[in-house]
Design a protein around this ligand. Structure first.
Ligand code: FES
Length: 105
């Protein structure tokens, strides 16, 4: 099972296991209890599932689709490697992924 490192706003690093096929939002919030709202449950109507992807990993993720791109504009603390984690399905290729949960949510 792919392992993902999650950096929380307190700068702690957490290594978790991520089941393939689940949305990263589900893995982070529902399976591991990280503090992400994900208010719209993945329908691209909020930006409360915003995470910041490690710069080395960002190009390896599936590209940002138009709907995600538009909604990212509403994310608090947007960065060049920001993604909406409800739009990132876990695959075996993501083993070693590093994401940061922004303080602003
Ligand atoms: S949960 Fe709303 S856009 Fe991801």
């Amino acid at each position: 099972m792919p392992k993902i490192t999650v950096i929380t706003p307190d700068e702690k690093h957490h290594e978790i296991e991520a089941p393939v096929g689940r949305a990263l939002l589900t893995v982070l919030r529902d399976l591991n209890g990280f503090d992400l709202e994900g208010t719209c449950e993945g329908s691209l109507a909020c930006a409360t599932c915003h995470v910041i992807v490690d710069a080395a990993w960002y190009p390896k993720l599936k590209p940002v689709a138009t709907g995600e791109h538009d909604m990212l504009d509403f994310a608090e603390g947007l960065t060049a490697t920001s993604r909406l984690c409800c739009q990132i399905p876990v695959t075996d290729e993501l083993d070693g992924l590093v994401v940061r949960i922004p303080a602003e949510g």
